[in-house]
Ligand binder design. Structure first.
Ligand code: SF4
Ligand code: SF4
Length: 400
């Protein structure tokens, strides 16, 4: 990896993350991943926002950053569907810009494992067909100052991000064990290269609000000029990687990732303030002041019925916070490895921030729960779905 570079003085994008403005969120119906249908939906979604030309200059270098969490095929619904990425890439190219596509998946990545991931997720086919370039996030980064950061004052950000003139994020609508919703703001975590993500996780420990603050800080120097969301098929329940697919039939877009997530929360049937990234953004005056401040110039916003299944028991909002804190481990969820499903690949151990998982080749890993910070990276990244999150009975009772 490259060492710190002279970042200070670089130009950054100017979308007013702190403006408290009323950004638009545009929605378009899209019932399937049929190529022409997705193309039409993405175009229809961008039209009320002024088209792609509103955020892309001819001749500029645009990073299109999907959610490439792990090496799973498109039909698993874990990563952004390649047809949505393709439609966005084509739009950007038609505007006369050069496109690179990439993300930093969770865990430790090598060039060959990343190449395999691009093939498995269908991204390589998009890259080949459109003639854009693949960005490998994990070989070079910049130390980027974030003077007003609430968590860190510097972030290690992949050079693929810092060298782009414009970033367009293409997220996937899913539930998430820690952040309830993973969408337009959570996808920014991929700015951090590879295993460094684990170091940042370690800092936030089990606190979802601190992790949300970190995501907000991370997005401040390089906010996406446009956020698109693949909500054709979403994921509910044990997201972001072990949940159940849910047909939603929409593509969404907004110049504000915060507004987009507020709309996504409404679609899923969650109160926006339940989502830590939205709650903290409102508290810090980042993005729109609330869902009522968003305009919908495309199709009207409708929540799905029934609401998305949550990734765990509802938060203990009616139990006083000091009691929750005191009860600590008694109420805490915890990851458990199902030995029968484990392929003993060791991926969970290598991506565990506090090194709470011991792994010996040829054996099922062992979780030392006293060291666990409940970040659920192990569940997120296990390729076999062998990590389950369990909740003590008292937590389930208190949540009802
Ligand atoms: S629990 Fe999952 S990630 Fe960990 S070793 Fe087993 S299969 Fe691999
Ligand atoms: S065991 Fe799993 S949930 Fe616990 S700290 Fe490690 S990766 Fe995070």
């Amino acid at each position: 990896m490259a060492g710190p570079c002279g970042f200070i003085g670089r130009a950054v994008r100017i979308y007013p993350m702190n403006a408290g403005s009323a950004p638009p969120v545009s929605l378009a119906r899209c019932r399937s991943y049929d190529r022409d249908e997705v193309r039409a939906a993405v175009a229809a979604c961008l039209a009320p926002l002024g088209g792609i030309g509103a955020c892309v200059r001819p001749g500029s270098r645009v990073l299109v950053k999907p959610n490439l969490l792990s090496s799973r095929p498109p039909e698993d619904g874990v990563t952004t569907h390649p047809e949505v990425v393709r439609a966005v890439v084509e739009q950007v190219q038609a505007a006369g810009a050069t496109v690179i596509v990439g993300d930093s998946p969770g865990g430790r990545n090598t060039r060959s494992s990343y190449d395999a991931l691009l093939r498995n997720t269908g991204m390589q086919e998009v890259i080949d067909a459109t003639g854009c370039a693949a960005a490998y996030f994990d070989d070079a980064y910049d130390e980027v100052p974030v003077p007003a950061g609430a968590t860190f004052r510097r972030f290690r950000i992949a050079r693929a991000v810092t060298e782009a003139d414009t970033v367009i994020c293409v997220s996937k609508l899913k539930t998430h064990q820690l952040t309830l919703l993973t969408g337009a703001v959570k996808v920014l975590y991929g700015y951090i290269p590879g295993i460094a993500k684990a170091e940042y996780h370690l800092h936030t420990r089990t606190d979802a609000d601190t992790f949300a603050d970190l995501l907000l800080d991370l997005g401040s120097p390089f906010p996406p000029a446009l956020s698109v969301m693949d909500a054709v098929v979403g994921m509910e329940g044990h997201g972001p990687s072990q949940g159940t697919l849910r047909q939603v039939g929409m593509v969404l877009a907004s110049p504000s990732p915060h507004a987009l997530d507020m709309a996504a929360a409404r679609i899923m049937g969650f109160a926006p303030e339940e989502v830590p990234t939205i709650r903290r953004a409102i508290a810090r005056g980042i993005g729109p002041a609330g869902p009522e401040a968003i305009s919908f110039p495309g199709e009207p916003l409708e929540a799905v019925r029934p609401p998305f299944v949550r990734p765990g028991p509802i938060p203990l909002r009616h139990v006083p916070a000091p009691l929750v804190h005191l009860a600590g481990r008694l109420l805490a969820s915890r990851p458990v490895i199902r030995a029968s499903a484990c392929s003993q690949c060791g991926k969970c151990a290598e991506s565990c921030p506090p090194l709470a998982i011991t792994f010996v080749k040829g054996r099922v890993p062992r979780i030392r729960h006293h060291r666990c910070i409940r970040c659920f990276c192990c569940q997120e990244l296990c390729p076999e779905g062998a990590v389950e999150v369990t909740y003590p009975w008292i937590r389930r009772v208190l949540s009802t």
